[in-house]
Design a protein around this ligand. Structure first.
Ligand code: PLP
Length: 391
């Protein structure tokens, strides 16, 4: 097919420099103190919650992101769960969630018996469509004493979870403005955005709290892990307590104050994280080199465009992405299958939340262009080590 021939030619040019048989989407890199720190943990018998890598990694995250507080957790999903809970989301409360999303935001709301309400995204930011959000809030809600009331569903909307998709910032400044007017709590999903800046500020620090993920496929990894970052001391302390099964703070007494969760990050994972974060500036530089090289090859391509992000953003380029031109959407699956067959691992984005069978019953925006946007997206191999081939 003509389109695959065109794409194959471009990609071949790009990948001809790379001496690797198979390209994965995003592989972890280990070129720092990883082994040294992991050995230290094992030699000192400090693999679980004891040991000082925990504190060191937390401090490094605070310094790098500019957040005042950081709570290390076992993954990003637990950070979303605890984050919503400390922001006061509970049974029957609605949570606004972008329709193009990983499943974790919706499930975190459901863990709390809250109700996800899916909002449209726009093609420019790949995040919440601010124009549609504003119209929705103006038309469908009233600000009452108890909070923001949804006239249609007769429920209170407590929070919004803006997402910085693939490490590219959404219109977070505009979303924060609306959240302030409509008294919404903001939990930023920056799981994919470690190292991403918007208006020179780290994503995840605009809202009441932000979520980070250090899963194996992220820009830096702790194997599995995550964090909640915030500037609010009370929120941070409450999150820490919940993540530590609400154990009372006492030198030797063993008791618990309320229902909590076992969501702490073990010291071994924090050791890995510290070694990784020590190289974050280098990694971000390498990702820019990779992005620039994709840009050179795909400049003026007639089938698709390379996603570049919105104005004022400095993305981490976690997953470098192409958007097929509308005319070629119908070839998406064909292109993906073809590239995988030649060992170039690419990926479509997740199905929109409103297409997932068990989520269909929840409220969502009516005229939603998110589905068309998702059909355009293909993520390209974006592993850090690729930079070596473009030096
Ligand atoms: C956008 C987004 N949110 C949340 C998560 C959840 O993170 P984790 O896999 O660490 O639970 C992920 C990641 O994997 C993600 O991509």
């Amino acid at each position: 097919m003509k389109i695959t021939i065109g794409i194959k030619k471009d990609l071949k040019k790009f990948f001809s420099k790379i001496k690797k048989k198979k390209l994965y989407l995003h592989e972890p890199f280990f070129f720092g103190n990883e082994k040294k720190y992991l050995n230290k943990c094992i030699n000192r018998n400090a693999v679980a919650s004891n040991g000082n890598f925990h504190i060191k990694f937390e401090n490094a995250i605070k310094k790098f992101t500019g957040a005042k507080y950081c709570v290390l957790l076992c993954n990003g999903t637990s950070a979303l769960h605890i984050g919503l809970q400390v922001l006061g989301v509970g049974k029957n409360d609605e949570v606004l969630i972008p329709n193009v999303n990983y499943i974790a935001s919706a499930t975190a709301a459901l863990y709390l018996n809250a109700v996800p309400n899916f909002v449209s995204i726009d093609e420019k930011s790949l995040g919440i469509n601010v124009v549609k959000l504003k119209k929705f809030l103006e038309k469908n809600t009233i600000i009452k004493k108890k909070g923001l009331y949804n006239k249609k569903t007769k429920k209170f909307i407590k929070a919004i979870i803006p997402l910085h998709l693939f490490g590219y910032p959404c219109q977070i400044d505009e979303i924060i403005k609306l959240a302030k007017i409509y008294k919404l709590k903001v939990l930023e999903d920056a799981a994919e955005g470690f190292g991403t800046l918007f208006k020179k500020r780290h994503v995840g620090t605009f809202g009441n709290a932000g979520v980070l993920s250090f899963n194996g496929n992220k820009i830096i990894t702790t194997a599995g892990g995550g964090a909640l970052i915030t500037n609010d001391k009370k929120l941070a302390l409450e999150a820490k307590r919940l993540a530590n099964v609400s154990k009372i703070n006492h030198p030797w007494k063993m008791s618990f104050s309320a229902k909590g969760y076992n969501y702490r990050m073990p010291n071994l994972n924090a050791a890995l994280g510290l070694a990784q974060i020590e190289n974050i500036k280098k990694v971000l530089k390498y990702k820019k080199v990779i992005y620039r090289n994709y840009k050179k090859i795909f400049f003026n391509n007639k089938y698709f465009s390379l996603y570049k992000g919105i104005k004022n953003s400095n993305p981490n380029h976690w997953l470098i992405t192409i958007l097929l031109n509308k005319k070629y959407i119908k070839y998406r699956d064909y292109i993906i299958k073809f590239l995988i067959s030649i060992n170039i691992n690419v990926r479509p984005v997740w199905d929109p939340m409103t297409k997932i069978s068990y989520l269909k019953k929840y409220p969502s925006m009516k005229s939603d262009n998110s589905i068309v946007v998702t059909q355009k997206i293909i993520n390209l191999p974006s592993s850090v080590y690729l930079y070596k081939f473009f030096k």
